[in-house]
Design a protein. Sequence first.
Length: 301
Amino acid sequence: MKRLIRVVSAILLAAAALGQSDYAMQTEHFRVLYPEGRYDKAEVVAQAAEDALGPLSASLDVQLPGVITVRLFNTRTEMFATIGSKPQPYVMGLALPETNRILLGIVGDESLARTTAHELAHIMLFAKFGSEMPADQPRWLHEGIAQFAAGKLTEDQQRVLGEVAVSGELLSIAEMERAFSGDSQQVALAYAQALTLTQYLHQLRPQGGIAALVANLTTTGDLNRALIRTYGMTQAAIEAEWLTQTRARYLSAGIPLSSELLVWAAMGLLFIVAIVVQTRRRAAIRRRLQEEEALRQPLGR
């Protein structure tokens, strides 16, 4: 563990106090509660939260609203039971910003770290706006920022983008916003594209661009005007360039392996044919030269 992690306590707390038997780990900004035998997962979460905090604070220009309690559960069913709900597909964590809490189902270390950063972003966004999803803020921006904090696209997201890049069905900004209310496939694509758009905007203005966009959205209440103020480009221009880059970058991820093999096989066959043709052409030239040379020889007596 890095020096940021300072374990203050790892003692069994009373079930009456927490609602279950938990252990506790304290860092500078987070209190991580975890089930017995899950200390290693608590370390992953604590480090991921501390690592994501600085970039999130800087990009959103907002400070953490006090100590955040992160509670780990052995299963997602246990996690959702805490809020009286049934498990939802693809949801591995829950941010409860009104009470400065994050709930996480225990999964693999990489996914757990990504989910931690993602849910922390929602806490920070709430601290910025006083609402988990303000009416004048597009959902793609909030989900994009949350995923941007979590890191790069997953392999599944790359595959989803590849498939729609091949079929020519990438979503526009308006379509992406509506897709968050669609079926599971539409939602998966909306999340993936939200991250690529946030990454694209960050590249346009790495220093404070996202924070400025958020501020300009709050001031203007209009995405096009906010984009012009922040990046000097209209929404239409940004959308066209972003979609072009996304299609070019992920096109290969949507080509099935069998298709790739066929492409390489075809290229190999063309290479072999070219060699054969070239060899035969050289042989024909050589024969003609030999025949011409023979004709030049004087006739014998």
